[in-house]
Design a protein. Structure first.
Lengths: 416, 416
């Protein structure tokens, strides 16, 4: 382990002892001040962002990447606004989820406490810095942020500003830490910082998630990849199905809750697929169908095995025709990444069967997959969408950044 | 990955699809039949256990180990009784923990579902086979059991009998699997069976837990080691403190919720320690005190740095004298394994401070640490006691062997 990571880990763990006891009002004051300090240092943030953008252009990064990287006055104001929203959320820490009296007359309460030290590995979007830091701070956790090298200067200035706010508030600036070395080695070290990290949350594409899965020895919460399906049942309202599929595909195709494959019952494929092709035409969605789907489509290519397993994050839709609900469920459970799955149907029994048998964080009847989102669930800002089963599954808000401890009030009980 | 582990993993994952949909009554019938089939095959179980005992004697295993390994008619009947108790527990699967309507008029429910496939690595106690298998089965999870080589024949016959019961009930016997190769390699492979395992739970001593922590790439729930403390505050009732310390040390010293270090305020050390030494005398507890403690004790040795960090699991008690509650909290948070910690005090503010500032799964005021136990918490049988923060912390019952999924009822909602 490098000196850098060891030092960051030690400092974070120490700072966590102060942060876990900090009262809610003080945390909120501090968050509001952080938001203000971002807005008051616009030009410094933009200048640092400019350094990243110049380097990115030299390195010929794609327009999409440049767009993710670019900060503007408006985007910084949105980042500040997100921090204010986190300040406005209820504090999960200290909440006693349940309390009961046992046969031995012990009063046992299950109380929410911070996890401790959270590591976040992310890629090129600088707003993750302030989003993740504010969520960790509000939930009483210190954070070690390790962003991508493309956004180095932007991330660094954002963390420095937040640390200055902490200092002004007489708090340990190590509550929010930044890994200043963006080499692969430090990412690897963060994945194995078992002495200090309570959990590591990777935020980014499938490649990052896979690297973390393969290399981490600390506890990890997997977030993100969504190879999502909509199954249009024989008993579906075709108008509703059309609305939902178009929305889930084109409203924002680059996000993890967009749909990637349409699975459709053969009885309605001849009616539905031509209407869908027409509806998607203005959005220039490339269609990749199985052989049967192609018979109903004018401009589609044959889907490959790889297409069924791919999260396109693009204007591409794979289409699979099935003979039964069972076949649809089997296809989905085989290829999905356990994120978000929808059935469109007016059959009560088909809907219930789909809810029961699909293995995913979120399973819908008659709604767009695009609702898998902390805000839409009513949780407020989210740190990510967990696609694993342990600890948290689905959109993760403040509550999912906590652990619990049992507090027990006795009056001298001993065990017989 | 060996063919053996791959095959077990594949079969378990397939069987999990059937088991997760199995109705409660069928699961309970099957558990009751398993209990009966154990009792009806007493001689076969005892004969296999005899093979293990003969080998253990050849290998000169300690009396403690032999005792852990030994099955008797009475112990088998206790194992059957434990299975019946699991059958009698409420089924956690299908429970909707909460359900709400969102601003978009979506009805979102959070429903308990099985984790999927659970791996259990354990050591020489054959009863773990039936305890773990019945808890996993009731919570809808298939299980891959990998026990120690010392108990190979005992574990194997127990699994074979349970598999026969499954077959008689027209269920896939792969719902309960047994790793027939007890080499170190298969343990290592189970720790990295990422394609099939949803979680791995090690049950055993500190060495096993550490090996799993270092080598596992699958999600792990750490269980077990308890370097637990009792802090006797200046404001404690000394009678109550004496009762609690003696109980927590000698009622069953070999278990993870026994106390290992007494931390005591200096104001009462001269009164309390001689009384404690006298009370522990009949139990032949070896005392290891710091320099100040030794001045009040007749028969104690000087404690070393190692003693503060050791889970003795034996008739040994370390004793540390402190000048303040803060010093006590600091010592405990430094050396504890985040399991169970008690303060004995009649001071309201000291009690509250201890509850707030000690980092452990279970923190007590005025009760023996020995209550950290699934039955005593009211959870029924437990699979272990988690000392990690993610997913489950403290005694783990059936509910902690589940994940959740969000089920969403819509009526055509799309995202604007």
């Amino acid at each position: 382990m490098s000196d850098l990571l060891n030092r960051l880990g030690q400092q974070s763990k120490l700072a966590a002892q102060q942060l876990c006891l900090l009262e809610t009002a003080k945390k909120n004051d501090c968050l509001l001040q952080m938001a203000l300090d971002l807005e008051n240092n616009l030009s410094e943030i933009l200048a640092n962002n400019q350094l990243d953008l110049i380097q990115a252009q030299k390195n010929k990064l794609s327009d999409t990447m440049l767009d993710r990287l670019r900060l503007t006055a408006e985007r910084i104001s949105e980042m500040a606004e997100s921090i204010r929203q986190v300040a406005a959320l209820p504090d999960p820490i200290g909440v006693v989820e349940k309390m009961w009296r046992t046969e031995d007359q012990l009063m046992i309460g299950q109380q929410r406490v911070p996890l401790g030290v959270i590591g976040i590995i992310f890629e090129a979007r600088p707003n993750v810095t302030t989003d993740a830091a504010s969520l960790c701070f509000k939930s009483g956790n210190t954070v070690i942020l390790r962003g991508g090298k493309e956004a180095f200067h932007s991330n660094q200035v954002l963390v420095q500003l937040m640390q200055q706010t902490l200092q002004k508030q007489q708090l340990n600036p190590a509550m929010i830490q930044f890994v200043t070395d963006t080499s692969h080695e430090t990412a690897q070290e963060l994945m194995q910082l078992n002495d200090y990290l309570d959990v590591l949350i990777p935020r980014g594409g499938a490649g990052l998630i896979q690297r973390v899965k393969n290399n981490a020895t600390v506890p990890v919460i997997e977030t993100g990849t969504g190879n999502n399906h909509i199954y249009v049942d024989a008993a579906a309202s075709l108008d509703m199905a059309l609305n939902i599929v178009v929305n889930a595909k084109v409203q924002r195709p680059s996000v993890c809750n967009a749909v990637e494959t349409l699975v459709i019952h053969k009885e309605i494929a001849s009616d539905f697929l031509p209407r869908l092709e027409k509806a998607l035409l203005p959005h220039q969605v490339a269609l990749r169908g199985d052989i049967e789907a192609l018979t109903y489509l004018d401009q589609a290519n044959l889907a490959t095995e790889t297409d069924w397993a791919t999260e396109f994050l693009d204007y591409i839709l794979a289409i699979k025709v099935v003979s039964s609900l069972d076949e649809a469920i089997e296809h989905i459970n085989q290829y999905n990444t356990k994120h978000s799955e929808t059935i469109v149907t007016d059959s009560y029994s088909s809907g219930q069967k789909f809810l029961n048998e699909i293995d995913a964080a979120v399973v819908y009847i008659n709604a767009s997959t695009r609702f898998t989102d902390g805000f839409k669930f009513g949780f407020g800002a989210e740190i990510g969408i967990s696609t694993q089963k342990l600890h948290a599954r689905g959109p993760m808000g403040l509550e999912h950044l906590t652990a619990t401890k049992y507090i027990i009030y006795g009056n001298g009980q001993i065990r017989e």
